[in-house]
Design a protein around this ligand. Sequence first.
Ligand SMILES: Cc1cc2nc3c(=O)[nH]c(=O)nc-3n(C[C@H](O)[C@H](O)[C@H](O)COP(=O)(O)OP(=O)(O)OC[C@H]3O[C@@H](n4cnc5c(N)ncnc54)[C@H](O)[C@@H]3O)c2cc1C
Length: 665
Amino acid sequence: MDGGIDHLADERSKAEFDVDAMKLVWAGSRHAFDVSNRVSRLVATDPVFEKRNRAVMSRKELFKNTLKKSVHAWKIINELRLSDEEAIKLRSFMDQPGFLDLHWGMFVPAIKGQGTEEQQKKWLSLANKLQIIGCYAQTELGHGSNVQGLETTATFDPKTDQFIIHSPTQTSSKFWPGGLGKVSTHAVVYARLITNGKDHGVHGFIVQLRSLDDHSPLPGITVGDIGMKFGNGAYNSMDNGFLMFDHYRIPRDQMLMRLSKVTREGKYVASDVPRQLVYGTMVFVRQSIVSNASNALARAVCIATRYSAVRRQFGSQSGGIETQVIDYKTQQNRLFPLLASAYAFRFVGEWLKWLYTDVTQRLEASDFATLPEAHACTAGLKSMTTSATSDGIEECRKLCGGHGYLWCSGLPELFAVYVPACTYEGDNVVLQLQVARFLMKTVSQLSSGKVPSGTTAYMGKAKHLLQCSSGVQKAEDWLNPDMVLEAFEARALRMAVTCANNLSKFENQEQGFSELLAELVEAAIAHCQLIVVSKFIDKVEGEIEGRGVKKQLKNLCYIYALYLLHKHLGDFLRTHSVTPEQAALANDQLRSLYSQVRPNAVALVDAFDYTDHYLGSVLGRYDGNVYPKLFEEALKDPLNDSVVPDGYREYIRPLIKQEFRFAKL
Ligand SMILES: Cc1cc2nc3c(=O)[nH]c(=O)nc-3n(C[C@H](O)[C@H](O)[C@H](O)COP(=O)(O)OP(=O)(O)OC[C@H]3O[C@@H](n4cnc5c(N)ncnc54)[C@H](O)[C@@H]3O)c2cc1C
């Protein structure tokens, strides 16, 4: 707070739980909270990280500002000797997409996952000191989702012991990679490997793009920025780029050779390390996307909740105080499920971190059994949480009425920056189809006695789940974790089995799959929602410290589950997982839960511990002092630099004075 009155003090005094203890639960541990709290305040008080002026910057100014911030962050990281954990936090609180996101987020992990030990030693020592800056160049103008359709070629030339990288068509131009347009000196480039005239499919290569002396593109390389993207400011700080190769040569040892290699003679050799190892990197990247989803949604919800408590409309006939909009049941019905979703995604993200560690340990012990399941579940959770978060941010904008549309509400920019998460790292529909394929395989193996594991373990109870009917008899039964889980398990399994049965009616399985895409995606989503609900239940059934914290989390957990039930009621009814009467009881329970959350709502978003800098929102200010600050922001707009606008003499005055002469056509 900036020393003034706390307009939300009354709201905060109503909280029925220990907010500081909830902050620890949200952060994951005391240590994680301390790091987050310290680093966010470090960023918030550093004038270089100021971000309020982004909307009025030109593209060039914004780009340069991103360079300045990124380098400043790097200086701080080195001068204060920040740990990796602190450095990641610092970049995230800096809150400006930029080339380093791809360097650390994709380039380095790709080399770690696909490079040999020797390659890692050579390239990571340069990358870790930022002596080279890398990006991840996979997508082409003509192909993104269909990786096998990529056209860039890497042809081995045994005479020179080099690969010739070439873009044979316009559609083979790399298009979209972040950091490529103007900054990256190197890229991991995905291209079709060709040796002795044989195409071995898509492989990764480390390719230098620009001179390390004067930054000019090397001969044979054409590179540039793809242009403005959605929204003002927003993701335009990132230099997404295009790239074309004209018979560009790289040494043979720059092919990433952990999974397969090309010998000096040009022989293609698949290594004995399984290809699934790549999944380990994907699990890592996707678990961080899920964590980011909870952050982004929590930001939007924090803004909408605080503002809904400040904003008053109607309700007083006699000139008395008006109703806070947060007290309208319709507002609660839209806002509280999103608050619950932010917590739900937090906990499933926490679990995914555990899963990544588990997968890594298993890989080290050459145990690949759980990888397909881990891969499917991270793909599905990436898809589900990013879609829900994008929709949720937009709903929060609407929850803030007209002022939510102002740039200074923080919501338009948050939305513009966030929505591409539905597309990058795998289009969300394409990812759900991968989950569906995995589910169909699991269902088909049930009759052979194969026991499903991990997040599909519930399918092992198929006999029971296909026959059972919900035992819910009164509204409070919907607070019973077993009853809630059973309804979600029955719905998910029955949808998957129905899809499998429908598929079996087709002679050609692939043709059947194409026909049933929409149902398959719905079945995959049902499976993913079950995972999130079950991880939330696991969390609230475990040990949680702090006065009243567990109670609040339980409320949110059941809001999340029952809101999903309400939203997808068609699925639950169609699969006979619940009856219409039980669905009505779920709605009764939801209303009661909303009333219980209401006095705690502001404290529940305070527990995110976001600084005003990070939130970047006049509506979501911690002190709730919204109206004077909205005015201040309005007056700062460049249009208000002069009272009479530029253009008055040329356009407005001649119009009013009827001085224009119109030609008769
Ligand atoms: C902000 C941003 C940053 C990016 N950064 C990078 C980067 O750093 N490096 C990089 O290499 N790439 C990057 N990309 C590219 C990104 O990875 C691709 O855009 C993404 O994989 C989607 O592929 P696509 O564009 O080919 O979409 P398409 O596959 O063309 O999708 C178009 C539509 O077709 C549908 N569709 C496609 N295939 C199927 C199918 N089999 N069944 C049913 N429906 C289907 C999709 O659901 C979608 O609705 C970035 C993209 C964005 C927006």
